[in-house]
Structures are given as C-alpha cells and as structure tokens.
Write a protein that binds this ligand. Structure first.
Ligand SMILES: [Fe+2]
Length: 155
C-alpha cells in the first residue's frame, strides 16, 4: 500500500473528450471523409463542412496562393487545424506581440477561446487544411491590430 498525496485529484468517471488537435490530425489523414468535398475557388478561400456532431464542427478549407483569412477569433470556441497539403502561415496576436508560425503538411496548430489569429497561404502551391471547432463554431470576430495600441474589433 502507499499513501495518496494530499493534492491528488480523482479522475472523473466520464471519459475525457477527444482533443480537437487529435480529431483534426485523424480527419486530415482520412481523405475518404472529405476528398469528395474538395474544391478550389479562385475568387475566395473555399470551405466545406465535413461533419457536425453537436459537440464539434469539422471543416475542410482550401487555399490558393495568396488566399487568407482576416485577423479573427472564434469567440468562445476552441479548436485546432491540421495542414493536409501545401504550407500555411498562422499569424498570432497576443497583447502587443505578433508571431508567425509556418504550418507544414501533417502539422497541427491549437487555439483556445478568444485566440486571435490570421491564416494565409503565402506559398506557391495550393494548400488544404482540416479545422475543428468545439463547441461548434460560434462565429468569428474580426480584429484590427495596431502594434502600439493592440487589438480592436472591426466594426
Ligand atoms: Fe481561425
């Protein structure tokens, strides 16, 4: 026998929900789940809903070179995205700091509620990515960033 430390936390009986990053990576590998939805739109970034479970929403996005999102958050949703092909660049703003992360094939980026980012295809080839939102996507708030004053919502 052994003593249980005073700060031990008992596990809950309910199984922990699968992390959005794991879902994104698994769906990215499972091409049969989204290949029939894939299109490229020269006029705007293309998106298609792959699955909505009531807990998570899974989206397929395609990005021709130069296509991008605006700077935004996903309100109260957390999530993740995995790159299937091409290279995406994620620009993340936190307070007065901005950082760019290249995201290559098989890599996953994770985000929490109120996380502000912008994603673009800065590469020479089309890109495809799988995005997971939990709870289901509550909407996006667009932001403007000024390095001196920080983030402000776009009216
Ligand atoms: Fe986003």
């Amino acid at each position: 026998m052994f003593a249980v430390p005073a700060n031990t936390v008992a596990l809950t009986a309910a199984p922990t929900a699968v992390h959005p990053a794991r879902i994104a990576a698994e769906v990215a590998r499972a091409r049969h789940r989204w290949a029939h939805l894939l299109r490229y739109d020269p006029t705007e970034r293309y998106s298609a809903l792959v699955e909505s479970t009531g807990e998570v929403e899974i989206w397929l996005l395609s990005w021709l070179p130069g296509q991008h999102t605006d700077l935004h958050d996903h309100a109260g949703s957390a999530g993740a995205f995995t790159v299937v092909s091409g290279v995406l660049t994620e620009r993340v703003i936190r307070s007065l700091t901005e950082v760019e992360h290249p995201v290559t094939v098989g890599q996953t980026r994770v985000f929490g509620p109120r996380y502000v980012h912008q994603v673009r295809n800065a590469g020479a080839d089309p890109a495809v990515s799988i995005h997971v939102y939990r709870p289901e996507r509550a909407g996006m708030t667009p932001y403007h960033f000024d390095p001196k004053t920080g983030l402000s919502p776009v009216d």
